[in-house]
Design a protein around this ligand. Sequence first.
Ligand code: GUN
Length: 283
Amino acid sequence: MIISGKELSTKLKAEMAGQVATFPEKYGRVPHLVVILVGDDPASVSYVTGKAKASEVVGIRNTTIRKPETVTEDELLSLIRQLNEDDSVDGILVQLPLPKHISEAKVIETISKEKDVDGFHPLNVAALWQKQPCTVACTPKGIIKLLKAAGVTIQGKRAVVIGRSNIVGLPVSKLLLDENATVTIAHSRTANLPELTRQAEILVVAIGRPKFVTADMVSEGTVVIDVGVNRDPQTGKLCGDVDFAGVEPKAAVITPVPGGVGPMTICCLMENTIECFLRRMSR
Ligand code: GUN
């Protein structure tokens, strides 16, 4: 079975649009998301455009602020502080990666925890690991929604996550653990990776290497979640971290690239923006 993140996200966005439509009457306005894009990396431009389009569908106000590659760290931090103070702003997202002269850690820390729709702020991360209420990072949250929508039982399963990034690998591991999976985190230095991945009942791949997971690394009946967004070096086409053509026949469930995890990330960003808005409105 191929799980379509595109289909599920379309359905969830329509539900959110219905909810947001009631906000002007209840709260006098709709949620407002500000997205900051530094430079003009084509992938980042495309992600930011996708976020603006989804906002429009859901009825969220979106402001995208573009800064040149040469923007200083101080300028960027001042902009964030100004947005933190701005009562008309509910969510702030700085598209990553940033140019080398800007500290991503400083940028993430400067965004107020209440407006951190990415769930990257150290206080949100700490809250996640302590099972406290928090904003959960969009991609990991979207992966769990996809698994549940596909009817996958997570409890008691052996889950292997390849990748240990702050954005995906670590938080999705924690969410799988919270769903009572037995989680192993693998990475570039893991010994005998194929032997490990063959034991996985749920395999989440987030390493950023085109078609890295091949059929021989996957057992029959595995649930495969492909977080990769790469260019196939041969064809130049978009592809995941999983060799879809090889792995799909063995997988019980698999996500395609594009149209799998990507749309769910954006959908969860919309959800996080609404949650931040509602929390601010109830204060
Ligand atoms: N770059 C790649 N994924 C993400 C994400 O989820 N949020 C932000 N801000 N930047 C990213």
